[in-house]
Design a protein around this ligand. Structure first.
Ligand SMILES: Cc1cc2nc3c(=O)[nH]c(=O)nc-3n(C[C@H](O)[C@H](O)[C@H](O)COP(=O)(O)OP(=O)(O)OC[C@H]3O[C@@H](n4cnc5c(N)ncnc54)[C@H](O)[C@@H]3O)c2cc1C
Length: 229
């Protein structure tokens, strides 16, 4: 079972927004810009949504990602339209959302969600060269399941050729966090309806062995420790 909803605000000093366009204006007290907060949210997630524009049409593509230092990485088939466009260094908007709960208020207007999210603006860049690509893919594997890389067959030349890895710098990023219960209009606190938070979390189940798993191979211990959220 993954960790439950965040109940305490991050104990980090409030840093300034890295740029005017990343300054949270709507509910600004929910905005955070320090690396510690941004990195913690990114390290708790597994999927991002990358926004970009092709011929004037915005697309937002969900995909897996990982973080190393002050960079976010994602990857996929070299045939992917998204990756073919982005590897040219186009502008992207990278977002990650962790949903921590549904906030039930006493009026429809004040219903809300508890969340931790990150939005980063920048340019996608290609991870170039087989060695750099291999190191990035190992980092992704180790992020998912530490220890797995040394058990599995690494990518061969063809696998590397057909895989594109991209990254972007996280120097223009904001985090936004909502925690806590509903904030109702004062007269509504007297209403006879339940109010509070339904916590939400991603849960891991029991490992399901592949139908062609050779006899005598137990599920690795790192699967029991995998945490998302
Ligand atoms: C799970 C979830 C549910 C939400 N539900 C609603 C909803 O129902 N209605 C609603 O209006 N809003 C909702 N939000 C908040 C929403 O993401 C926006 O923050 C909000 O709509 C204000 O948008 P804006 O463009 O006016 O923000 P502005 O404050 O003008 O944005 C300025 C800058 O602040 C930063 N920023 C803004 N939002 C985020 C964010 N979420 N995470 C990180 N950085 C951010 C960006 O850098 C952005 O460029 C929800 C967010 C999450 C994660």
């Amino acid at each position: 079972m993954a960790d439950v909803a965040v109940t305490e605000p991050p104990k980090t000093a409030r840093a300034a927004a890295p740029s005017a366009r990343t300054r949270v204006r709507r509910m600004p007290t929910r905005g955070h810009y320090d690396r510690e907060t941004v990195h913690a949210i990114l390290d708790a997630g597994l999927i991002c949504h990358v926004g970009y524009v092709i011929n004037g049409q915005p697309y937002v593509t969900p995909t897996g990602y990982w973080r190393e230092g002050d960079r976010a990485y994602w990857h996929g088939s070299s045939a992917s339209r998204m990756l073919r466009q982005q590897k040219q260094g186009i502008r992207v908007c990278f977002t990650v959302t962790l949903l921590d709960g549904i906030v039930f208020a006493r009026s429809s207007f004040h219903h809300s969600m508890n969340y931790r999210s990150v939005m980063a603006l920048g340019h996608a860049a290609l991870v170039d060269g087989d060695d750099a690509k291999l190191a990035a893919l190992e980092a992704f594997s180790e992020r998912l399941a530490p220890g797995r890389w040394r058990e599995i067959r690494p990518p061969n030349k063809q696998g590397l050729k057909t895989t594109t890895v991209l990254h972007m710098d996280l120097d223009e990023a904001s985090a936004k966090i909502r925690i806590g219960g509903p904030v109702d209009d004062e007269p509504d606190y007297a209403l006879p309806c339940w109010a509070g938070v339904l916590p939400l979390a991603v849960a891991t189940g029991m490992p399901q062995p592949d139908s062609r798993l050779a006899a005598g191979i137990a599920a690795p211990s790192y699967l029991r420790h995998l945490r998302v959220g």
